[in-house]
Design a protein around this ligand. Structure first.
Ligand code: KG4
Ligand code: ZN
Length: 346
């Protein structure tokens, strides 16, 4: 089965082709991505209407590109998948509209995929695929959740952020430090030259006893430190503050993830979403998990942030598992707000 997947929920247009066959690992045949980060940078964040318009411009050329790269034609596509939500309504509609129109023209089924399901299944495209059940830490610009994953479509929420997402904490702190958008990778780079102990920053909810997160207080603490440093902070002070911020976010993510592993008794942790690209988070999680005999699975680095491959893969896995609720014939909708638990398999 060859799946053509479209991702357009936010500021990245992603298109990919995945090959899936029973009893064999799914393979990525080709993928293409256009990031709108440079376009939105001037505004300090994503401008939804600009995002939608840019998706329209990019989506078909990217689709042609991946087909050419894989040496395939549209007639070879067995299933067309798209991100149905959550995300920006207008941006989602571009991918959904193109995918469903293509499906109708080709006489092939289409499948609307949950964006976070795409993220949390994406490590399957890595070198070693995690076996079910596992704990998943979903850390993106919009979400911070710990889930228990029993199988495709069977997700139980264990804890989540009560305010900002981890990616948002990176992005907002980066903005306070005068770094560009998206701030996560920039803050991580600046942190490399810093001393994380130079500033005492809070680790909200670290000892709350549950699996919830809170990052709004950290952002306020960073804002206070930036104000104290004045209009022209030294490069070292900025690097120190970046390192301290990163350490505070990572400490909480690691502690809660290890707690989820211990509570559940499961030895597998999957990390997905843009913040999963953070090197320090990866080092700390891998080391912490090893101490309790658990293994951590990451998607290939390029598939941590939004991409079409994870959408094509999630659709393929749904079809293989016989969980295809949400397949449409010509009609479609998008779900800008869509709790992952609603995906419970029939
Ligand atoms: O999953 P993603 O691409 O989009 C959403 O679904 O939100 O995640 C984007 C988020 C942004 O907040 C970005 O700053 C963060 O992931 N991010 C990082 C790194 N790379 C991306 N945060 C920290 N360190 C990184 N290396
Ligand atoms: Zn995402």
């Amino acid at each position: 089965m060859i799946v053509l997947g479209f991702e357009s929920s936010c500021d990245e247009t992603g298109v990919a082709l995945v090959h899936a066959a029973p009893g064999a690992p799914s393979r990525l045949l080709a993928e293409a991505l256009h990031s709108q980060a440079a376009m939105h940078e001037a505004y300090g964040g994503v401008v939804p209407e600009l995002a939608s318009r840019d998706h329209i411009r990019r989506v078909l050329p990217l689709a042609r590109h991946v087909l050419a790269e894989a040496g395939l034609g549209l007639a070879d596509v067995d299933l067309v998948a798209y991100t149905r939500g959550p995300g920006l309504a207008g941006a989602l509609l571009v991918g959904a509209g193109v995918a469903v129109a293509l499906g109708a023209a080709l006489g092939r089924p289409t499948l609307g995929v949950h964006h976070l399901e795409g993220h949390l299944l994406s490590p399957v495209l890595g070198d070693t695929a995690p076996a079910f059940p596992f704990i998943a830490l979903l850390v993106s610009g919009g979400h911070t959740q710990l889930m228990r994953v029993e199988g495709v479509g069977r997700y139980a929420l264990l804890g989540e952020t009560i305010d900002d997402a981890a990616g948002e904490a990176f992005d907002k702190s980066a903005k306070l430090l005068g770094l560009g958008y998206p701030g996560g990778p920039a803050l991580a780079r600046l942190a490399e030259a810093g001393d994380e102990r130079a500033f005492a920053l809070p680790r909200p909810l670290l000892h709350s006893g549950d699996l919830d997160f809170s990052f709004a207080g950290l952002k306020t603490a960073v804002a206070t430190q930036v104000r104290k440093l004045g209009p022209a902070p030294s490069p070292q002070a900025r690097a120190d503050l970046a390192a301290g911020t990163q350490a505070a976010i990572v400490d909480v993510l690691v502690a809660k993830s290890l707690r989820a592993l211990a509570d559940s008794g499961l030895p597998r942790l999957v990390v997905a979403g843009g913040v999963g690209a953070n090197r320090r988070l990866r080092e700390r999680l891998t080391a912490g998990a090893a101490r309790i005999g658990a293994q951590v699975y990451y998607p290939p680095l390029a598939l941590c942030t939004d991409n079409g491959a994870m959408i094509a893969l999630a659709a393929a896995m749904r079809v293989q598992a016989g969980v295809t609720r949400g397949t449409h014939d010509g009609a479609f909708d998008v779900r800008p707000r869509w709790p992952l638990e609603e995906l419970a398999a029939p």
